[in-house]
Design a protein around this ligand. Sequence first.
Ligand code: PRP
Ligand code: URA
Length: 213
Amino acid sequence: MAAADARVQVIDHPLVQHKLTMLRDERTGPKDFRDLMEELSMLMAYEVTRDMPTEPVEVKTPIAVTEGRAISGKKVAVVAILRAGLGMVPGILRLIPAAKVGHVGVYRDPDTLAPVEYYGKLPSDVGERDVIVVDPMLATGGSAVAAVDFIKQRGAQHVKFMAVVAAPEGIRRLHETHPEVPIYVAAVDQGLNDKAYIVPGLGDAGDRLFGTR
Ligand code: PRP
Ligand code: URA
């Protein structure tokens, strides 16, 4: 794992980087894009959960009793920013099947680029859970800030943000507003173009996942 700023973890595992390259490729169609997003999210979740506490537990193997370890910390909530965050949820649930899932609907107004919130549903005990907010793209950061605002207003205290590709502008904006939220990404790209798309990025993540335009 590479880290320029301790609050931004760039997950540089070879499998993550290989799958990211396939996601970026404009020839990758929706089915493969969804499969890759799921696999990449599962691999990234492995790193995002690295600091989970464990406690000793006794386990009886067919041969002997021994001491193993079990996860002992808070339960997890995964919160997807709609729509594209949906593509990251199945991979994370494969690793953490007991996690509850929340949804925050936010889209960027195409003219102003301001985030527009249209939906929110979180687990009722979100305040007692470790929250992982997921969205493949952290561009201007407007959607991420709006989603984290919403989640914190409902009591969440421990929030991590997981994206596939981030622009430096989005990282800056999220950290200006929520400095304690660690960000996990597979890549930090060059920046934004005049339509606030990440360059080189991977295009419109929601459209590529769901085959819309
Ligand atoms: C995309 C993406 C993020 C947002 C990032 O969603 O999935 O949510 O843009 O941009 P920002 O950092 O500048 O806010 P979009 O608004 O396209 O909505 P969609 O997922 O429903 O297509
Ligand atoms: N949203 C996307 O889906 N892609 C970008 O590059 C920026 C915002």
